[in-house]
Design a protein around this ligand. Structure first.
Ligand code: OGA
Ligand code: NI
Length: 347
């Protein structure tokens, strides 16, 4: 059957309709990160090869043996559930628009009445936590705005900062893997992630048992992520994430215990001259239960100048993109998604 498409606001083709082909999870590759913690070059080479195929052919994969202790993940989910269960007025004390930039609470439309908010998702956003006298903070650099912490639940800040720290370490490790997958030395990207643009969003999706009015009327409509890659933790036992495959079909991505879901995002796609795929995905929670997820968006330092990596540009061809400062690229992408609101807010 022919698949219908519509154009989204970036001019990309999005498959229409809400049906997803429920597939065996083996359709997304599973990458074992264990070799990156060891010193066996042969094992690393094999992992890099599998990673390369996953990034080129799918843009999404499960990651196992990632080294993040399960209790730290469980505690982040428990604290997040407690936060979302707070009264609306209390969550609104840290509403995103009260402070500059990305951090803060984003409410659900039903409660806020704000037509721009989503009906099917609320969230808590945070940046890399820096001391308030850090020059990046005092000079108001985009993506380094101070975080907005709720008064409750007790321990929320510590729990999320611990989880964030684990994500930053894992992201660094994984970027070493991506370097190997690109035939670069493992440490190639490390000088470029000394103070990276890193954002984290805890998502809460209520059950969507009624009919969606269209394919944007869901937890999170079809989109790609903006930075280098995303590390996603999914709530146990609840399937809601869907990914587009090469045929334009929506594929469900059920959680697998002990894994994260990793996806390539737009900055990495551009950096690799479109070799790695920033694959479109969306969230539709048709379960009878609420769902929480934690997305960690890992980028580079903002002041590096990013040109397509030389060994991603075929012999005799020009790179597809001119050089650009990484921070400017990500800001442009985010601003586009927020329809200009973020830059206005930062001005
Ligand atoms: C995102 C995202 C997926 C999910 O936050 O960008 O795609 O399962 N989240 O929550
Ligand atoms: Ni996403």
């Amino acid at each position: 059957m022919a698949m219908g498409y519509r154009l989204d606001r970036y001019g990309r083709q999005v498959p229409v309709g809400l049906s997803a082909r429920q597939t065996d999870f083996s359709e997304l590759p599973v990458i074992d990160l264990a070799p990156m913690f060891g010193s066996d070059p042969e094992a690393k080479r094999a992992m890099a090869q599998a990673l390369r195929s996953a990034c080129i052919e799918v843009g999404f994969f499960y990651l196992k043996n990632h080294g993040v202790p399960q209790p730290i993940i469980d505690q982040a989910f428990a604290a997040s559930a407690e936060f979302f269960a707070l009264p609306y007025a209390e969550k609104m004390e840290i509403e995103q628009t009260r402070t500059p930039g990305y951090p803060g609470y984003t409410p659900m439309q039903e409660e806020s009445g704000d037509a721009k908010s989503r009906k099917r998702q609320e969230g808590f956003n945070m940046n890399l936590e820096l001391p308030l006298d850090d020059p990046y903070v005092t000079s108001r650099r985009p993506f380094f705005e101070p975080n907005s912490w709720p008064r409750r639940p007790a321990g929320f800040r510590d729990t999320l900062l611990t989880y964030f720290g684990e994500m930053r370490n894992l992201g660094q490790k994984l970027l070493g893997g991506f370097a190997l997958a690109l035939d670069l030395p493992e440490g190639y990207f490390q000088p470029m992630i000394t103070k990276p643009i890193t954002m984290m969003r805890v998502n809460h999706y209520p059950p969507q048992e009624d009919q969606a009015s269209d394919d944007e009327d869901i937890g999170n409509g079809a989109h790609t992520d903006f930075e280098c890659f995303t590390i996603l933790a999914q709530q146990k036992g609840i399937t809601a994430l869907q990914v587009v495959n090469g045929k334009g079909e929506w594929i469900s991505v059920p959680p697998i215990p002990g894994t994260f879901v990793i996806n390539i995002a737009d900055q990495m796609e551009r950096w690799t001259n479109d070799l790695f795929s920033s694959t479109m995905h969306r969230v539709l929670n048709k379960n009878a239960m609420d769902r929480t997820s934690i997305a960690f968006f890992f980028g580079s330092d903002d002041d590096i100048v990013m040109s397509p990596l030389p060994n991603c540009v075929p012999e005799g061809e020009a790179p597809k993109y001119p050089p650009i400062r990484a921070g400017d690229y990500v800001l442009g992408r985010v601003d586009n998604a927020y329809e200009g609101n973020l830059k206005k807010k930062l001005a």
